[in-house]
Design a protein around this ligand. Structure first.
Ligand code: NAG
Ligand code: NAG
Ligand code: NAG
Ligand code: NAG
Ligand code: NAG
Length: 423
């Protein structure tokens, strides 16, 4: 499956559209590409499956991210003793929080570096160590490796990883995107069910013409999330936390959570023993996360001290008072879990890869074309009857990124039309 380097993403997308028009199917693995033009980055998640038993700190160093950030993103209890040295089991599925940037006009994460060890090959690094989130060709290209059979031990390789931002929204609601590597037993319906989204939404996000997916494809899965509105100059600008999880910010001083009751970001002092600047709101005795209520004739007088971002090493706080029809109930928190020691058959992290135990209750054996029947058998993603002419290896998602320019709108409508035309 040669992974051609796109000359430009627009060309690639046009080629893709043309190939759809010409009913040329795609055979190689697909991943969703989001064209971009600004240099803002966003929070994104990688769906990562451990290739062996690894300490939390070892997973963190594979991706060069904060171990505490990995734990909180997965709602794993960080107050557990010596949690960073806890050994996580092989095959465990974790969400890894990463920064998604804009490189050469395409969204990707390029902050991950890997130092080669004896007996590594580009394929073992791509398929095993990074669990299919990257291909051997992509690592080769990113590092101008001319002969993949010759890897020096101790060589530092850039590992480009897939991510999307889509403006931090899905259907106009805050969302964070998970890059998900399709496994052999997955169906699109199963993935939609597991992540509480719909088939239509997944198809739209990934600009798919049919529900067909295959092992190794990388999907962008939108997760409902709580957005922040910190000022642009704060170092945690754009913080977004998926429903059911936590994030740690402000040099480990502040912990923010999302869900389960509502999708409003809630931040409070973190339980970690670190020295932190004051978290008290000015002109008040409330600290970040505190709320007082006072029942009055006109309703409930709610006063809250909220976290407002991390600026130059200081915690910004803001005090707000509002009159609400009803007093808010006690703050609810996502359930923390203990650090996993085994991969349960119906683990909340990942249904195990055997069809009998697909936790989402899907039917992996059902025909993949049941939702979007195809008469041509050559929609993108379907193996074509005859051998393919083109082998574009990426799907393009034009949905949101082009939504601002009028000429792009035509493309967009065109893409939206395709599924109905094919019916
Ligand atoms: C991006 O999201 C913001 C809110 O988060 C919204 O105001 C803005 O209109 C969105 N832009 C586009 C192009 O969708
Ligand atoms: C957030 O997660 C909770 C369970 O953890 C669920 O009940 C709720 O429906 C979710 N909210 C959204 C908007 O997905
Ligand atoms: C403020 O929050 C802290 C913990 O974050 C809590 O210990 C304290 O009791 C709260 N104070 C009020 C007045 O709610
Ligand atoms: C609401 O409470 C705040 C602080 O307790 C107080 O300053 C304000 O006057 C109250 N507003 C009303 C309408 O009662
Ligand atoms: C942060 O500190 C630098 C210098 O220390 C200053 O120039 C800058 O204005 C500060 N930023 C904010 C938002 O206070």
């Amino acid at each position: 499956m040669p992974d051609q380097k796109p000359i430009s993403h627009n060309t690639l997308c046009l080629l893709l559209l043309l190939s759809i028009l010409a009913n040329v199917g795609l055979v190689s693995s697909k991943s969703t590409i989001e064209p971009c033009s600004n240099f803002d980055s966003c929070n994104a998640l990688l769906g990562y499956t451990l290739y062996t038993d690894l300490k939390v700190s070892e997973v963190a160093s594979l991706f060069q991210v904060d171990p505490i950030a990995i734990l909180t993103a997965n709602a794993i209890d960080i107050s557990y003793p010596d949690v960073e040295n806890h050994i996580l089991p092989s095959q465990l599925f974790l969400k890894i929080p990463i920064a998604c940037s804009c490189v050469d006009g395409i969204r990707k994460s390029v902050s991950t570096k890997y130092k080669t060890r004896p007996s590594d090959t580009l394929s073992s690094i791509a398929d095993s160590i990074y669990s299919g989130l990257v291909s051997a060709d992509q690592i080769g290209e990113a590092n101008s490796v001319t002969d993949p059979s010759v890897l020096d031990v101790g060589q530092t390789l850039v590992v480009p990883l897939p991510c999307t931002c889509f403006n931090g929204t899905d259907n106009a609601l805050p969302a964070i995107y998970l890059s998900y590597v399709v496994r052999p037993v997955d169906t699109l319906a199963g993935i939609a069910a597991r992540y509480s989204t719909t088939l239509t939404d997944l198809m739209n996000v990934n600009a798919m013409g049919s529900t067909a997916i295959k092992a190794g494809d990388i999907l962008a899965v939108p997760l409902p999330a709580c957005a922040s509105n910190f000022p642009r100059y704060s170092s945690d600008y754009g913080l977004i936390v998926p429903n059911g999880s936590y994030a740690i910010t402000a040099s480990h001083c502040v912990q923010c959570s999302c869900g389960p009751g509502n999708l409003k970001l809630y931040c409070m002092p973190a339980s970690l023993a670190v020295s932190c600047s004051s978290m008290q709101c000015r002109n008040s005795n409330l600290i970040v996360g505190n709320t007082t209520v006072q029942q009055t004739g006109g309703g409930c007088n709610v006063t809250s001290c909220s976290y407002g971002g991390y600026v130059n090493g200081s915690i910004i706080t803001s005090l707000s008072t509002s009159l609400q029809p009803r007093c808010p109930g006690v703050q609810q928190f996502p359930t923390f879990i203990d650090p996993p020691t085994s991969v349960a058959r119906e683990s909340m992290f990942a249904p195990s890869p055997s069809p009998q135990s697909d936790g989402a209750g899907t039917t992996p054996m059902s025909p993949k074309s049941s939702v979007v029947p195809t008469t041509t058998g050559s929609l993108p993603g379907f193996p074509p009857a005859s051998s393919p002419i083109g082998s574009t290896s990426h799907a393009c998602s034009l949905r949101k990124s082009f939504a601002t320019s009028p000429s792009a709108l035509a493309l967009l409508l065109f893409v939206k039309f395709l599924p109905s035309m094919s019916l």
